[in-house]
Design a protein around this ligand. Sequence first.
Ligand SMILES: O=C(O)CCC(=O)C(=O)O
Ligand SMILES: [Fe+2]
Length: 228
Amino acid sequence: MLERETVVSDQQQVLGLLAKRGWFHHSGEAMHHDSILHEMGQLGDRLGRRVRGRAGALEEVVVPRHLNEAHPRSLSARYGLSALPFHVELSHRTTPCRYILLGCIDPGSPSATTMLLDWRTLGFSLEELNLLKEAPVLVRAGRRSFYSTILAKGGTFLRYDPGCLEAIDGRGQIALRLVEDRIADAPSDVHHWHQGDILIIDNWRVLHGRSPSDQGSGRRLARILIDA
Ligand SMILES: O=C(O)CCC(=O)C(=O)O
Ligand SMILES: [Fe+2]
């Protein structure tokens, strides 16, 4: 039997894999909501500071929702149980959170997968990268809406979420379509959930999405967001 210390993944190993691939899969031993969240907290708190999600909570449970049951400004309000398109979490903030941790409380039946895609593998040319850094887009966030670009200066992070980004001119339109088209053609990593699994995603680098889901599948993921 492994010592408890070795079960919770070693920080260097987590950081190493995050640097290498942009995401990290931890097969947890925890099987209950509280213990999964505890384990996620241990991993997340070592990476940075927790931030609130869209609905204002530091810890959330993500359940696939029908259009009319979803939080009005969430992607689910637009896509419901269909596939959730690839996005960067908290794209509507001036800086999206650095990490997302998802923990599987229940994979659901039928289960839905989470898809992961590193934007650096999308093959943008230098010219395209410049377009993404320069073309202005509107970031819709109610009264806090603002103008920004898809790619941050220096390429630190990508801002992309079909639910809150809008073109305001031709260049923005081309830039948004460019990302959409590349994503559509790109092979992604597909994560099939097992109870207790924890995924840590470098949200500045890896976009995530979800395959179509079923009403009443029982699928439940715990989620915490980290600034670092
Ligand atoms: O349900 C999933 O697989 C991911 C949903 C999502 O986008 C999120 O929790 O941020
Ligand atoms: Fe998300």
